[in-house]
Design a protein around this ligand. Structure first.
Ligand code: GLN
Length: 231
């Protein structure tokens, strides 16, 4: 038995960053104590399927991988893209959602492709794959703590474009008049969201994968995605 963490208990502690609608956000009527969204519904189902209680630990996105490694949480479910870099420190479940980075701009913007971002003022969220993608394109950018901060910069005319995950972009555009999404599939590869566990925690990984496989096969995850699309 390990000294810390709760891998052998009847509870699964999922870490998340509840700043990422429609995947996780705070809500008094949330599916798990004060938290709601696609990921939260998935986490609840994983617990149900395994006969285990589920608890959510809300923290900075950047802290999730460390929290797994030091046993503070058992797993991270946070719209997290399974990148090769992250897979060096954690193990990933079966992917459950395909996303891509998109650009959010003001209506009438002359940004039509990723290349048009050259010389523009770009906002990203620190530690998100959007930051990596913009960095890899070689553009200067400003990194903020939250997606909502980036969107506020854009609304206030302090930046020209926000690079962020597709479903979250849709959510923000729905909430803010005058913003539109610009896609550029040739510049932004698709990303697979997966749940992260401590390296070698195959017991929990199997528990998680069993539930995910079931939910992918019977359409539950698509249902959740549709349900929370305009959360
Ligand atoms: N998919 C992005 C990433 O993995 C953003 C995730 C998030 O903000 N929760 O970095």
């Amino acid at each position: 038995l390990t000294g810390c963490g709760s891998s052998s208990s009847d509870k699964i502690v999922f870490g998340t960053n509840a700043e990422f609608p429609p995947f996780e956000f705070k809500s008094t009527n949330g599916v798990i104590d004060g938290y709601d969204g696609i990921d939260m519904a998935i986490a609840a189902k994983i617990g149900e399927n395994a006969g285990k209680e589920v608890e959510i630990a809300n923290m900075e996105f950047d802290s999730l991988l460390v929290a797994i490694q030091n046993g503070q949480i058992d797993a991270a479910i946070a719209g997290m893209t399974a990148t090769e870099e992250r897979a060096k420190t954690v193990d990933f479940s079966t992917p459950y959602y395909t996303a891509t980075q998109v650009m959010v701009v003001k209506e009438g913007s002359d940004i039509k492709t990723a290349a048009d971002m050259e010389g523009k003022s770009i906002a990203v969220v620190q530690g998100y794959t959007g930051e990596t993608v913009v960095k890899d394109l070689g553009y200067q950018y400003e990194a903020f703590k939250k997606g909502t901060e980036c969107i506020l910069e854009l609304v206030n005319g302090k930046c020209d474009v926000v690079v962020i995950d597709s479903a979250t972009a849709k959510d923000y555009v729905g909430d803010n008049e005058g913003l539109v999404i610009v896609e550029d599939p040739s510049a932004f590869e698709s990303e697979e969201y997966a749940i992260a566990v401590k390296k070698g925690n195959t017991e929990l990984l199997n528990t998680i994968n069993e539930a995910i496989d079931k939910m992918l096969a019977d359409g539950t995850i698509s249902e959740f995605a549709a349900k929370y699309a305009d959360a």
